[in-house]
Design a protein around this ligand. Structure first.
Ligand SMILES: Nc1ncnc2c1ncn2[C@@H]1O[C@H](COP(=O)(O)OP(=O)(O)OP(=O)(O)O)[C@@H](O)[C@H]1O
Length: 227
């Protein structure tokens, strides 16, 4: 479902004399349906950079990243947007929302853009918000004033409301209490059992051990690392 081949990336710092920092070379990764792969490696090794390339926010210098047949390295922006609507979900660590949109609609939005009728989209959003223990009285409010953990759960609800065939998870349990962490781990297990291909960054080692079929150390993709 997710196939990464011979991927390279460098950053050019235009405000610092055009310094070029190579961060990745020859990265390979393949994630099948129902599989969860954890990206590991020391801080600065390139986990987030790899994730952002798969999401299509960072452009690779060379190589390919195929998700459901679309190559993110060469795809046109409209094809990347279509991929994000239908196929590829991303739960980032931080919620970014348009102010004043009620939480229930923030969560329902991915379904609405796919043409799901409003009542059905809201009902599915509410089921997830309830599972994730967001109090009902907050559903009609914007999540901008919510606590860190509440915002993370809203973000997770939004990422799981549509059954994306591929999912990127950046520290999905980072600021959660034990009960909510358990809900999130169960949601990820359910996504795996329906066949989602998942790439995640999990500093939570026991979550990683429970969910992940493989660990991939991105240090091996650092330029100059032994191939
Ligand atoms: N936008 C950017 N511009 C320039 N350099 C960047 C940029 N993003 C990342 N880097 C560099 O790329 C390297 C990899 O960073 P990245 O954030 O991917 O590491 P990481 O493994 O996710 O680290 P951490 O576990 O600390 O989050 C670092 O040396 C970082 O400074």
């Amino acid at each position: 479902m997710i196939e990464i081949e011979n991927l390279s990336k460098s950053f050019t710092l235009h405000n610092q004399g055009g310094a070029v920092i190579p961060v990745m070379q020859g990265a390979q990764l393949s994630v099948g349906r129902g599989e969860c792969v954890a990206l590991v490696g020391a801080s600065g090794a390139g986990k987030s950079t790899l994730m952002r390339m798969v999401w299509g926010n960072y452009l690779a210098a060379s190589g390919s990243i195929r998700v459901g047949g679309v190559d993110l390295v060469t795809a046109a922006p409209r094809d990347i947007l279509a991929l994000r609507r239908e196929t590829l979900g991303y739960v980032s660590q931080f919620l970014r929302v348009v102010p004043r949109v009620p939480t229930v609609d923030v969560v329902a939005e991915p379904l609405l853009t796919l043409g799901t009728p409003l009542a059905e989209a809201r009902a599915r959003a509410e089921t997830l918000l309830a599972r994730l223990n967001i109090p009902r009285r907050l559903w009609s409010l914007s999540p901008t004033t919510f606590s860190g953990g509440e915002q993370q759960r809203v973000n997770i609800a939004r990422g799981f409301v549509h059954p994306y065939p591929a999912l990127l998870l950046d520290e999905p349990t980072a600021s959660l209490d034990a009960a909510n962490r358990e809900v999130v781990l169960t949601l990820i297990e359910e996504a795996k059992s329906r066949g989602a291909a998942i790439i995640g960054i999990f500093h939570d080692e026991s979550a990683r051990a429970r969910l992940c079929d493989r660990l991939v150390d991105v240090t091996g993709f650092t330029p100059g690392a032994a191939a």
